[in-house]
Design a protein around this ligand. Structure first.
Ligand SMILES: C[S@@+](CC[C@H](N)C(=O)[O-])C[C@H]1O[C@@H](n2cnc3c(N)ncnc32)[C@H](O)[C@@H]1O
Length: 249
């Protein structure tokens, strides 16, 4: 049973104050890297998993997607997304991605931003997405990078060279991480990079590109303090995979 922490009033209030929530894609640090991995959008049938406030779905519609099915578990996130625009190409739907089953071969592109690390079963969701894509279709998603997600509580520790190092523990111990982020007791799931890539391959995907996000030079110039943090450990992992033509599974 999914946690649905985004409908917790205190969590929702805190999350709503983040730059990505207030400013949309302009406030989303990894957006340019994510966008660079997207295939052409015009005319595509797109599914977004974990649409949140709907910023990406609205961008996809503006890029000419034939339609965007935008799923999220949170009533509050969906209400805000619906209130933000009435674009006829977007259909916001409430669903739990732990159990959602999409129509086979009903999508040309599936996207998901910072959502799949909330799901306990990565094999189920990747197999389901592969089945939902047409042969030749694409999946592009971001998750918290496993180096970042391995520890329930991110921690910086003084290193012998006088700098702060990012502490990693339990990297090879996969499974739930109960963390205190905005509110106490938020549950996310840690999976190694190998597990994610091998699971995608096992589902039938081929890899197009992997991005372990780092800020651009322009972002570093605008945010000099990011050099010490964002160049030390990757916070986001962005993955672009493809359902090959002519495969039966
Ligand atoms: C970190 S937010 C990301 C929102 C948006 N994609 C973005 O990048 O700003 C994670 C989203 O995933 C949704 N979510 C988490 N678990 C889910 C589940 N089991 N089923 C559907 N949505 C889920 C949350 O409600 C939330 O809107």
């Amino acid at each position: 049973m999914a946690q649905n922490i985004y409908d917790d009033p205190a969590f929702f209030a805190g999350y709503s104050d983040f730059p990505r929530s207030r400013l949309g894609l302009d406030g989303t640090a990894e957006w340019e890297s994510f966008r660079a991995l997207l295939p052409p959008i015009a005319g595509k049938r797109v599914v977004e998993l974990g649409c949140g406030f709907g910023h990406l779905s609205r961008w996809l519609a503006a890029e000419g997607a034939q339609r965007v099915l935008a799923y999220d578990l949170s009533e509050k996130m969906l209400a805000a997304a619906r209130a933000a625009s009435a674009d006829a190409a977007i259909d916001y739907r409430r669903a739990d991605l732990d159990t959602l089953v999409l129509e086979p071969q009903s999508a040309d592109l599936v996207v998901s931003a910072l959502t799949l690390h909330y799901l306990a079963d990565f094999t189920r969701i990747t197999t389901m997405i592969h089945t939902a894509l047409v042969p030749g279709g694409d999946l592009v998603f971001s998750v918290e990078h496993p180096i970042y997600a391995a520890r329930a509580v991110p921690e910086w520790v003084p290193a012998s060279d006088g700098r702060d190092a990012f502490a990693i523990a339990d990297y090879s111990v996969e499974g739930p991480r109960r963390t205190d982020w905005i509110v106490d007791g938020v549950v996310k799931y840690h999976r190694t990079l190998a597990t994610m890539l091998n699971t995608l391959a096992g589902a039938g995907f081929t890899c197009r590109a992997i991005n372990e996000w780092r800020p651009s030079e322009a972002q570093l110039a605008a945010n000099p303090d990011w050099a010490a943090t964002e160049l030390t450990r990757p916070m986001f992992l962005i993955v672009a995979v493809h359902r090959p033509e002519g495969r039966s599974h």
